[in-house]
Design a protein around this ligand. Sequence first.
Ligand code: AMP
Length: 112
Amino acid sequence: MTLFEKIAAREIPAEILYEDERVIAFKDIDPQAPVHALIVPKQAIARIAEAKDSEGELLGHLLLRAKDLARKMGLAESGYRLVINNGSDGGESVPHLHCHILGGRALTWPPG
Ligand code: AMP
């Protein structure tokens, strides 16, 4: 099981913010902004590079629920960033696809 599958199975504690049958969202353990959550498909796709065309609906659902959660966390007006890190240069550290939701401060561009 991946780390995030263990969180979904309640084997590892996390502050869960949203859950449905396909995705789960929780606070990042090492926040990089005042608001930093992760939203994860329960089905463990390793990374976006491995996603299949048949998983398109799931990925669309992930983004739509990320948008809803950003609104619920009070970021709709001020703005926010959704980030998917892929591979070593992308900064991926957990090999289970996840989308970061970052906000609560002005984020710089380009990222480091
Ligand atoms: P990435 O570097 O894009 O793979 O992101 C992995 C993220 O998972 C990092 O931001 C970590 O802080 C976060 N993370 C690692 N372990 C946990 C955990 N147990 N609970 C919540 N977030 C975690």
